[in-house]
Ligand binder design. Structure first.
Ligand SMILES: [Zn+2]
Length: 430
């Protein structure tokens, strides 16, 4: 018998991340870091530590599939030139704490943005319990080309050539393969490739982005990444670059606001996930400084692509580009997805079970199911009526440990630290 008593959470409403409808008045048992029972006990068993969330909606811990923990918005300065990598790791620690407190118990960090392997340090410090934060899947330095996305601009060539870059610059297939090996060697869980360049290089009238790599080069990256059991994420606004990436076998397309219907159909055919990152595609963020006409066309196109993707059945995951938007405000993306035409339940699943599939962890996280990791959050009110309530997460449990409670206190209670014994789930006793 487990020497530690369970934690019993009494949930007024449960959205389990998978089921199409919510459940009412459910007791969830937690033993150590796992969910041991859902709904099998009408009343909490004797000896359990009871957490009363009868006035709340309980959900799986949320997953943000596109963050940059080590990048901080704000002062407008180039961080590669003005901040040390140790400082950026500490920024990553602060971002990780804010992200966890906002209810995100897992994040796929989509590159350190020139902070080298600081994302690996943040991931490992969280894993080792040194700092609070979500479980992270990191991608270190993304691959890009000379003159492409995430290069410095406006510097004298003599200076630029001597500087560290935002990305791992690779122009040939051999260089790309070497870059993949290097990322894996130093701790990357994912490989990220900038397959199209930035908005400044999008055709102002055609809205056609520049492709950065050939399909053959992207295939070589995917094959090399698979050899190391890693998946590839493609930063792609649209155009031929996005289609080449899908055909080459990447697992996800990031941003995609200029994807055409052919690309969306290819994504369905190849089972590729789309992470739209609406939160960063607002005039107040990445698009600041562009002519209004261009911005509004790109944003309108983004919403139109989203509607088509929903209709075609593209697998859509929730991702914010947090780091480029303020860490901890991640849940604003839910409202943007719903405004763009997604049902609240599907938006929640995009941040839970569908994101877990993307990460190949759908047997561990993203659902409130027996045997799953005890990652849970709770909000006041019903997010199916008003998805904005997810912006005010009141309770957070990560792997069985409470990190935030409804009274506002931060806790560290886990089933392993509750000083009573006994009690198993009634369902298991039966
Ligand atoms: Zn990003």
């Amino acid at each position: 018998m487990n020497p530690f008593p369970p934690i019993a959470i009494r949930a007024g409403q449960l959205i389990d991340g998978v089921s199409p409808e919510p459940l009412q008045d459910v007791v969830i048992l937690i033993e150590e870091d796992r969910i041991s029972c859902v709904g099998g006990c009408r009343v909490p068993p004797t000896g359990a530590h009871v957490i009363d969330l009868a006035a709340y909606t309980v959900l799986p811990g949320l997953i943000d599939s596109h963050t940059h923990m080590c990048f901080a918005p704000g002062d407008g300065k180039n961080p590669v030139l003005t901040k040390s990598i140790p400082f950026r790791a500490l920024q990553g620690a602060a971002a990780a704490r804010a992200t966890l407190h906002a209810g995100f118990t897992t994040a796929r960090d989509m590159d350190s943005e020139g902070a080298g392997y600081a994302d690996v340090a943040v991931r490992d410090a969280i894993r080792d319990g040194l700092i609070p934060g979500p479980q992270l899947f990191v991608s270190t330095m993304a691959l890009s080309i000379t003159g492409g996305h995430m290069n410095h601009v406006g510097l004298a060539p003599e200076i630029d050539a001597r500087l560290p870059q935002f990305a791992a610059i690779a122009d040939t297939t051999d260089e790309m393969i070497r870059a993949v090996r290097q990322q894996v060697k130093y701790g990357a869980d994912w490989i990220k490739v900038y397959v199209t360049s930035n908005l400044k290089q999008v055709g102002p009238t055609t809205l056609e982005p520049i492709s950065q790599f050939s399909e053959a080069q992207l295939s070589a990256v995917v094959v090399e990444a698979r050899r190391w059991r890693r998946d590839v994420a493609a930063h792609a606004y649209g155009g031929e670059g996005a289609k080449a990436a899908v055909r080459a076998g990447v697992r996800s397309i990031e941003h995609g606001m200029l994807l055409d219907e052919e690309a969306l159909r290819l994504m369905v055919e190849h089972g590729v996930y789309w992470c739209p990152t609406f939160a960063n595609m607002r005039p107040t963020h990445a698009l600041a400084g562009y002519p209004d006409n261009f911005v509004h066309r790109v944003m309108a196109n983004h919403r139109e692509v989203f509607r088509k993707a929903l209709a075609l059945g593209v697998k859509i995951v929730f991702g914010t580009d947090a780091g480029r938007v303020v860490p901890g405000t991640n849940a604003e993306e839910f409202d943007l997805m719903v405004q763009a035409g997604m049902e609240p339940m599907r938006a929640i699943q995009a941040a839970t079970s569908v994101a877990a599939e993307l990460l190949r962890r759908d047997d561990q996280i993203g659902a409130v199911r027996r045997g799953y990791q005890a990652d849970l959050v709770a909000v006041a009110g019903n997010p199916l009526d008003d998805v904005k309530v997810l912006q005010d997460v009141r309770f957070v449990m990560k792997a069985g440990t409470i990190v935030k409670q409804p009274d506002g206190s931060a806790g560290s209670l886990s089933s392993a630290s509750v000083p009573e014994s006994r009690a198993l789930c009634a369902q298991e006793q039966a």
